[in-house]
Design a protein. Structure first.
Lengths: 353, 555
C-alpha cells in the first residue's frame, strides 16, 4: 500500500474508535479503505498545493506590495507539469480502482450461493436449503458468499456498508455480488437506490455468525423444503416435465447436466448456461431455442413469480439424471406432487407454506 | 486584506448615470415582455431564475429540517420524497442549467464580441418563454400534488409505480430543455458569425470560450434528454414497453439515455462558471490569464470528453466489467482539464497586483471548493471505490461541492462583478464581503459532514435514518442555516443598491473586456460604432494607454 503496516494499523484503529468510520467486517473492507485513504491523501495533497499557491501569491502580490503587475504569457513547461502529474496520479487511481472492482464483482468459484429478491419495500433472502428471511440475512464468517439478486418491481440496490459492497437489484435480470465476512456481529443492510415511498424503510440487518452458529441457525430456521425441492414440484406441476423428460422422443431438450455447459442454439450461437440464461429461457423461450428443437415452448412470462423462478433455476442447476423426472411423469397424471426425496435437504418433513 | 477600495478607482467619484441606456430606452411591462434586446432578456432570466432558486432553496430547507431527527417525523416519507424531487428538478433544470449562460452569457456575449445582439434575438426571447412555460409546469406539478420520482426519473419506478404528476414534470423538463437548446444554438452562431473586426478566436475572452464549449453540450446533449423524457411519458401513458422488461424492454436503456445527457449537463452547469472565474481572477490581479490557450482548449476538451463518460453513473448496475473499465479511464481523463484550469488560475495571481473585492472572494471560494469537488469526483471514478460510495451521501456532497461550491459561487462572483455594468450602480462592498464569507463557512459546514456520512454508508434520499448518523446530520442542518443567510443577504443588498448604490461609471474595476469600454448600463445598441479589436484579451497596457486619453461615457 505504500503505507507502513504499523502506521496503517494505528490509523485504522484510531479511525474505528472515532465513530466517523464504518466497521470493517469483510475481507474486502481493508482493501477499499486502503484506496480510500490514498484518495484522501491525494485530495489533501492537492488542496495543500492549491491552497499554498493561492495564499502565497495573494499575500506576496497584493496591491500594496505589488502595485504594478508583471504580465506573463504562460509557460509550456508548467502546463506540461500540471497536466502530467495529475494525469499520472489519476491513472494510478484508475488502475487501483479497477483491480478492486474486478475483485469485488468476480466471485471466487467456491462461493456459496444465496438468492435475494427485492420488492417494494422489503428484501427476501432464500438460502439453498429453503430458509427464508425477510429484511435479514444470516451469513457465516470465513466462507465466500455470493448473492444472486433480482427485483420483482423497480430498481433497488443492495448495500452492506460494513462489507463495502453494493449492487443494483434490477427487474428482469440477475445481478450478483459476493463477500467473505470476517467479524461476527450485526450490520446495516440498506436499499440505496430510490425505490418509492418507503425507500428509507427498505432496510435490514446482516447477521454474521461463526460457522458453528451458522450451522445451528440453518438447522433452526429450515422450512422443510430446499429450493431445489420446491423447484422439482413446480417442474412437475407446471408441466415442464412433459417435454423435458430426457426421453429420446421428448419434444424438449434434456436438462440434466445442462447447467454450466455451452449450448448451441438454433441460430448457431453458443451460450453458457448460467442462472440468468435459465431464467430467461423459461420466460422468453422463443429467443433461446436449442439447436435441433422446434420453438414450441410456451412462455411463462407472468405465470411464475421470481421466487418460483429461483426454485426452478436451483432445481435445474442440481439436476444430474432424469430418473426422478420420469418418475414424476408417471405420477403426474394423478395430479400429485413430486415424490418425497429420501436423502436431500436437512429434514424429510414436507411442510411447504 | 487590501485597503484599496473601489472608491479610489479612477472614474468612480466623477461618474454620472448616463441619460439614455437599455433600461430607460422603453417603458412599460410590454416593452420588457416583447423585447428582443439580449440585455433585457438577460434581466428577465435573472429575475426568473432567482425566483426559482429561492423555491428550490425552500425545499432544501425543508429537507434539512426533516433530517434533523432520525425518524421521518416532520413530514411523511411520501412528502419528503416530493421535497427532494422538487428541490432537484428546480435547482438543476430551472436554476443551474440556465444560471450563468442565460443571464450573464446573454447579457455579455454579444458585447464581449463587439456585436449589437445575439444572432437570433427573437429566438432568444422564445427561449425565455419556453423556460417560463417549463417553470410554470413545474409549479403546476407541485401545486397539483407533487412528484416523487427524484430528478433522475428512474424507470420503471417513474413509468409504472408512481401515481403522482410525472408526466407534467416530464413535460416541464422537456420544454425547459428546448430553451437551453435555443440558448446554445444562439451562442454558437453568434460566436461564429458576429465577432467584431479583429476579434479573432484567440482574442475572445475566456468567458466566451467556456460558453462556446457549454453551448456545444447544450445543443448536442439536450435532445437526448428530450427523447428519454418522451419515452418515459409514452411508456407511462400507453405502455409502449421500451424500458419495461416484461414487455421485452431494457430497464438499463433509460439509464444510458438519461446519463448521456445528464453527465454532459454537469459540464453545462460548470463551464460557464469557469468562464466567470477566468474574467474575475484576471481583473483583480490585473494580469492576463496565465496560459490563455491552455484554459481555452481545456474547456473544449471537457466538452468533448464529457460526452464519453456517462456510464460512470452506472458502475454498479450490472454493466459489463470491461465497459466499466473504459468509462472509468475516460472519467479520469476528463478530470485533467479541470486540474489544468485550477493551476492556471492560481498562476494568474503570480506577479499580479491583487485586490480582494467581493467577486474575487467568491472566485477564491470557487477554486477551493471546486478543487474538493473535482478530486472527490476522482474517488467516484475509481471503480472499486465507487461501489461503496455510490448512492450515498458522498455523491450528494460531491455534486454539491461542484454545483453549489463551484457553479453557485461562480454565479455570485459574476453577478457582483457585472452588477455595475448591468445596473449602473455599485453594491455595498462590506456587506457583500460578509455574505461571501458567510456562504463559504455555511457551505463547508453543510456538506463536509456529508462526505463522512457517505463513507459511513448513509444512503441518499432517505426520509429516516439510523440514529447513529444524527450528529453529522445536525451539523449539516446547522450549516445549511448559515448558508441560507449567506444567500439571502445578496438578495437584500442588491435590491437596495438598485436605488441607493453608488453610481458605477463605465469601468469601475478597470477591466479590459469590451463590455467595460462602454457606458453602464449600456445603450440598447451596445456600441455607437462597431468596435475594432486591435489587441489581445486581458491587455492591461492597452487599457492604461486608452484611459490616459479618454473617459468613455455617452448619452
Ligand atoms: C472533475 C471532474 C469530475 C469527476 C471526475 C466526476 C465524477 C463523478 C462520478 C464518477 C459520478 C458518479 C458517481 C456515482 O453515481 O456513483 C459523479 C456524480 C455526479 N457528479 Fe461529478 N465529477 C466531476 C465533476 C462534476 C461537476 C463539475 C459537476 C457539476 C457541476 C458534477 C456533478 C455531478 C452530479 C450531479 C452527480 C450525481 C448525479 C446523481 O446521481 O444524481 N460532477 N461525478
Ligand atoms: Cu457524470
Amino acid at each position: 500500500m505504500g503505507i507502513s503496516p504499523v502506521l496503517w494499523q494505528f490509523l485504522t484503529k484510531w479511525m474505528h474508535g472515532s465513530a466517523l468510520f464504518p466497521a470493517e467486517a469483510s475481507t474486502i473492507s481493508p482493501w477499499v479503505d486502503a484506496l480510500y485513504f490514498s484518495l484522501l491523501l491525494m485530495t489533501i495533497f492537492g488542496l495543500v498545493v492549491v491552497g499554498v499557491l493561492l495564499t502565497v501569491f495573494a499575500i506576496r502580490y497584493r496591491r500594496e506590495k505589488s502595485p504594478v503587475a508583471t504580465q506573463i504569457e504562460g509557460s509550456t513547461l508548467l502546463e506540461a507539469t500540471w497536466t502530467i502529474i495529475p494525469l499520472a496520479v489519476f491513472l494510478l487511481m484508475f488502475v487501483w480502482g479497477a483491480l478492486l472492482y474486478f475483485r469485488i464483482y468476480n466471485p471466487p468459484t467456491n462461493a456459496m450461493n444465496i438468492y435475494v429478491v427485492g420488492k417494494q419495500w422489503m428484501w427476501k433472502a432464500e438460502h439453498p436449503g429453503g430458509q427464508h428471511e425477510i429484511n435479514a440475512l444470516h451469513v457465516p464468517t470465513g466462507q465466500p458468499v455470493q448473492l444472486t439478486m433480482i427485483s420483482q418491481d423497480v430498481f433497488h440496490s443492495f448495500s452492506i456498508p460494513a462489507f463495502r459492497v453494493k449492487r443494483e437489484v434490477i427487474p428482469g435480470r440477475y445481478t450478483t455480488v459476493w463477500f467473505n465476512a470476517t467479524t461476527p456481529g450485526t450490520y446495516h443492510l440498506f436499499c440505496t437506490q430510490y425505490c418509492g415511498t418507503q425507500h428509507s424503510g427498505m432496510i435490514g440487518e446482516i447477521t454474521v455468525l461463526t460457522p458453528e452458529d451458522y450451522k445451528k441457525w440453518l438447522h433452526e430456521s429450515t422450512s422443510g423444503m430446499s429450493l431445489a425441492q420446491n423447484g422439482e414440484r413446480l417442474f412437475a406441476s407446471m408441466g415442464c416435465n412433459q417435454c423435458h423428460s430426457g426421453n429420446a422422443a421428448a419434444r424438449g431438450p434434456n436438462l440434466a447436466g445442462v447447467y454450466g455447459s455451452k449450448l448451441t442454439l438454433n441460430d448457431g450461437s453458443k451460450v453458457l448456461v448460467n442462472d440468468a440464461y435459465l431464467r430467461d429461457a423459461i420466460l422468453n423461450p422463443s429467443q433461446h431455442v436449442t439447436a435441433g428443437f422446434s420453438p414450441i415452448m410456451p412462455t411463462y412470462q407472468g405465470q411464475i413469480s421470481e421466487d418460483g423462478l429461483i426454485d426452478l433455476v436451483e432445481y435445474i442447476k442440481g439436476l444430474q439424471t432424469n430418473y426422478r423426472v420420469q418418475q414424476t411423469l408417471v405420477t403426474a397424471s394423478s395430479d400429485e406432487a413430486a415424490p418425497p426425496t429420501p436423502a436431500a435437504g436437512t429434514t424429510t418433513e414436507m411442510v411447504k407454506p | 486584506m487590501s485597503a484599496t477600495s473601489i472608491v479610489s478607482l479612477p472614474d468612480q467619484s466623477t461618474a454620472t448615470m448616463p441619460k439614455r441606456h437599455y433600461i430607460n430606452n422603453e417603458h412599460g411591462l410590454l416593452s420588457w415582455l416583447l423585447t428582443a434586446d439580449h440585455k433585457r432578456i438577460a434581466i428577465l432570466y435573472l429575475i426568473s431564475i432567482t425566483f426559482f432558486f429561492f423555491i428550490g432553496g425552500a425545499f432544501a430547507g425543508l429537507i434539512r429540517l426533516e433530517l434533523l431527527t432520525p425518524q421521518s417525523d416532520l413530514v411523511a416519507a411520501d412528502t419528503y420524497n416530493k421535497f427532494f424531487t422538487m428541490h432537484g428538478i428546480v435547482m438543476i433544470f430551472l436554476f443551474l442549467v440556465p444560471s450563468v449562460p442565460a443571464t450573464l452569457g446573454n447579457f455579455l456575449i454579444p458585447i464581449m464580441l463587439g456585436a449589437k445582439d445575439l444572432a437570433f434575438p427573437k429566438i432568444n426571447l422564445l427561449s425565455w418563454y419556453l423556460y417560463m412555460i417549463g417553470g410554470t409546469l413545474t409549479l403546476a406539478a407541485l401545486v397539483l400534488g407533487g412528484v416523487d420520482t427524484g430528478w433522475t426519473f428512474t424507470t420503471p419506478l417513474s413509468t409504472h409505480y408512481l401515481n403522482t404528476h410525472v408526466v407534467t414534470a416530464a413535460t416541464a423538463i422537456f420544454v425547459a430543455g428546448f430553451s437551453s437548446i435555443f440558448t446554445g444554438l444562439n451562442f454558437i452562431v453568434t460566436i461564429h458569425r458576429m465577432r467584431a473586426p479583429g476579434m479573432t478566436w484567440f482574442r475572445m475572452p475566456l468567458f466566451v470560450w467556456s460558453h462556446y464549449a457549454a453551448s456545444l453540450l447544450m445543443v448536442l446533449g439536450t435532445p437526448v434528454l428530450a427523447i428519454a423524457i418522451v419515452l418515459v411519458a409514452l411508456e407511462r401513458l400507453i405502455g409502449i414497453g421500451v424500458f419495461d422488461p416484461t414487455k421485452g424492454g431494457d430497464p438499463l436503456l433509460f439509464q444510458h439515455l438519461f446519463w448521456f445527457y445528464s453527465h454532459p449537463a454537469v459540464y453545462i452547469m460548470i463551464l460557464p462558471g469557469m468562464g466567470v472565474i477566468s474574467e474575475v481572477i484576471s481583473t483583480f490581479s490585473r494580469k492576463r490569464v496565465f496560459g490563455y490557450s491552455a484554459v481555452a482548449f481545456s474547456s473544449v476538451a471537457i466538452a468533448l470528453f464529457g460526452f464519453f463518460v456517462w456510464e460512470h453513473h452506472m458502475f454498479i448496475m450490472g454493466v459489463s466489467n470491461y465497459s466499466a473499465l473504459v468509462f472509468s479511464l475516460l472519467t479520469m481523463l476528463v478530470a485533467v482539464p479541470s486540474a489544468i484550469k485550477v493551476f492556471n488560475w492560481a498562476f494568474t495571481l503570480q506577479k499580479g497586483s491583487i485586490t480582494f473585492e467581493t467577486p474575487m472572494l467568491y472566485a477564491f471560494a470557487f477554486i477551493g471548493l471546486f478543487t474538493i469537488g473535482g478530486l472527490t469526483g476522482v474517488f467516484l471514478g475509481a471503480l472499486g471505490m465507487d461501489i461503496h460510495l455510490t448512492e450515498t451521501y458522498f455523491i450528494v456532497a460531491h455534486f454539491h461541492y461542484v454545483m453549489v461550491g463551484g457553479m453557485l459561487m461562480a454565479f455570485l462572483a459574476g453577478i457582483h462583478f457585472w452588477w455595475p455594468k448591468m445596473t449602473g450602480r455599485m453594491y455595498p462592498e462590506s456587506l457583500s464581503k460578509l455574505s461571501a464569507v458567510t456562504s463559504f463557512i455555511g457551505f463547508n459546514l453543510t456538506f463536509m459532514p456529508q462526505f463522512i456520512l457517505g463513507y459511513l454508508g448513509m444512503p441518499r434520499r432517505y426520509a429516516s435514518y439510523p440514529a447513529e448518523f444524527q450528529v453529522l446530520n445536525v451539523l449539516s442542518t446547522a450549516g445549511a442555516t448559515v448558508l441560507g443567510v449567506g444567500f439571502m443577504l445578496p438578495l437584500l443588498y442588491l435590491g437596495w443598491s438598485l436605488k441607493y448604490g453608488a453610481i458605477a461609471g463605465a469601468n469601475p474595476w478597470q477591466a479590459t473586456g469590451l463590455e467595460w469600454q462602454i457606458q453602464s448600463p449600456p445603450l440598447t445598441e451596445n456600441f455607437i460604432e462597431t468596435p475594432i479589436m486591435d489587441h489581445e484579451a486581458y491587455d492591461y497596457e492597452w487599457l492604461e494607454n486608452k484611459t490616459k486619453h479618454e473617459v468613455t461615457t455617452v448619452g
